[in-house]
Design a protein around this ligand. Structure first.
Ligand SMILES: [Ca+2]
Ligand SMILES: [Ca+2]
Ligand SMILES: [Ca+2]
Ligand SMILES: [Ca+2]
Length: 552
């Protein structure tokens, strides 16, 4: 219920902002190139291009004038706005998740000094009022007291962060070894990261670990994403490679499986990091917000077969917001859930050397709008799903809901495995998705426990389902006579499924794509209703624009 209220509140804020901006239109504005300028004579803050999202892939852009009405509290009031064409290379973004406007560079009286500003909307204000909640130079001027100078504009983070800190975007932040935020459900802290900030790992064992009870608040913008990457990465191809550093781990107190029966609260030791424990009984817990974030070249092998993924979510709860996240060219999985109830939207998992999306330990979250793009020269399964690695019927059973997935194999005949490998007792409900170009098969079900949990093709339990889903692989189904039923029979007995060429242009559906007219999904507090299959509504719905890396 609260998730649903929250969702509508955010959507409404966007429409309200857009509406109020439209209602005070006036013309004659000069369209300058700078992201913003403050005129001290008129006390006007001129922002030539403010993007206000009206949907995931579309925003409306306004030239906005804000007047300083309370210098003591740095409060601005909306004085005027006019729509402009969406052309600025460096637009300012209104971010509905936190009701903030991030201004990458503000100059004063067109001077050369530049400032980063964050303006927070005053709730229910009309005319709109914004308070400046952050203001600092964009020019590096040294490391804060909690960090160590590391040359140039770089600052080394400490190994343990036990109070709230902010990573500002004037600094390149360096990880050395494991960087812990909070203790294990003690000394909890929030790590805030500004849009446009870069955090780098220097070698394999460098990683960021948000402990149980602590939070990350990493909100980028479409044009200023937060980037976690290798210290050698200079944004050109070949400057960094998969496994250059560890990755990002969020850990929480949400339910997991894999415990002996009879325990009151199931907690599990992290396979790659044996000093870490995850899981608990707080399904709705929040581990924070991550939005417009890239994680590149991660995935270090800590010990044989025990790797860090680009993004590892262990026992993370449904109060966490993960939206517009890219996991790019990691040496293990893109995103892996170890139990928990965490949900995510608008995720791109590209060029990873193992699986793009992986789960185990009873993950029971939801995911919508996910683009899987297998590595051209490596990679295993698009989706690799376990209930539990050894105890296939461990409870609570993994049963996520996946909606609007586009999973692209490479049509390569020597690398890659299945579009989805559903095994070791997992449940899942797949809706409105497409799997294409995988070498071994599009869909594979393994392990007797998985089949038994699913029922039979003519009498399904509802635990393992796929509807309105397309497959197009050289081998569509891993049909094995010695398995309890044929995957092809399971697929064809459910509604709206098709074996058909999806007519994609890259990852987007072309105008004649059969994906554009399929059955609809049912909305809940997280899932949005769609009447198309795959991650994109049409050829214009490219929500990966601007904030992703190395996708095309
Ligand atoms: Ca993994
Ligand atoms: Ca894996
Ligand atoms: Ca694998
Ligand atoms: Ca099989």
């Amino acid at each position: 219920m609260s998730l649903q209220t929250d969702f509508f509140k955010k959507k409404q804020t966007c429409l309200m902002i857009s509406g109020l901006l439209s209602s005070v239109l006036f013309s004659g504005m000069t369209y300058a190139a700078a992201s913003a300028n403050f005129d001290s004579t008129t006390a006007n803050l001129q922002i030539p291009a403010v993007d206000v999202p009206v949907s995931a892939s579309r925003s409306e852009t306004f030239n906005v004038t804000l007047k300083l009405v309370d210098a003591g509290n740095l409060t601005f009031e909306l004085a005027g706005a006019s729509p402009v064409s969406h052309s600025s290379a460096d637009p300012v973004s209104f971010e509905p998740t936190v009701s903030k406007v991030f201004v990458p560079t503000v100059s004063v009286d067109n001077g050369s000094a530049k400032w980063f500003a964050e303006l927070t909307l005053v709730p229910n204000s009309n005319p709109l009022r914004f308070v400046v909640t952050k203001l600092h130079s964009t020019q590096f001027s040294g490391c804060p007291s909690f960090a160590t100078p590391a040359g140039g504009d770089a600052c080394l983070l400490p190994g343990s962060i036990t109070s709230d800190i902010t990573l500002t975007n004037d600094i390149t932040w360096v990880l050395a070894g494991g960087v812990d935020v909070g203790g294990d459900n003690t000394q909890s802290a929030t790590l805030t990261i500004e849009p446009g900030t870069r955090i780098v790992g220097q070698s394999g064992p460098d990683f960021l670990y948000i402990n149980r009870g602590s939070k990350i608040d990493a909100i980028g913008t479409p044009h200023h994403p937060i980037v976690f990457t290798s210290s050698t990465d200079n944004d050109t191809a070949g400057s960094a490679t998969s496994g250059d550093w560890g990755g990002v781990v969020l850990s929480g107190n949400a339910p997991v499986n894999g415990c002996n029966s009879g325990v009151t609260v199931c907690e599990v030791i992290n396979e790659a990091l044996p000093t870490k424990t995850y899981g608990g009984n707080n399904a709705s817990e929040s581990s924070g917000n991550m939005k417009y974030v890239q994680i590149r070249y991660a995935g270090y092998e800590v010990s044989p077969d025990k790797e860090l993924n680009a993004l590892t979510l262990t026992g993370v709860g449904s109060g966490t917001v993960l939206d517009f996240i890219q996991l790019h060219q990691g040496s293990d999985d893109g995103i892996e859930m170890f139990g928990g109830t965490v949900n995510f939207k608008h995720v791109v998992s590209s060029e990873n050397s193992d699986d793009s999306v992986d789960w185990g330990n009873g993950w029971a979250g939801k995911a919508q709008y996910v683009l899987i793009k297998q590595a051209s020269d490596d990679g295993d399964n698009g989706i690799e799903a376990d209930n539990h690695e050894t105890d296939f019927n461990s409870l609570p059973r993994a049963k996520p809901i996946l909606v609007n997935f586009t999973a692209l194999g490479t049509n390569n005949t020597s690398v890659g495995a299945n579009g989805a490998l559903l095994r070791r007792g997992t449940g899942v409900n797949i809706h409105n998705s497409v799997f294409t170009g995988f070498r071994k098969s599009c869909l594979n079900i393994d392990s007797d426990a998985t089949f038994t949990n699913a029922g039979t093709p003519s009498n399904l339990t509802g635990e393992l389902t796929a509807v309105n889903t397309f497959v197009d692989c050289a081998v569509n189904f891993d049909d094995q006579a010695n398995e309890p039923f044929l995957v092809s029979a399971w697929f064809s007995n459910q509604s709206g499924n098709q074996i058909a060429n999806p007519h994609l242009n890259g990852y987007l559906p072309s105008a004649n794509s059969p994906l554009l007219q399929t059955g609809s999904t049912t909305a809940d507090g997280f899932i949005e209703t769609t009447n198309y299959s795959g991650a994109f509504a049409d050829q214009n719905d490219d929500w990966t624009q601007h904030w992703t890396h190395g996708l095309n």
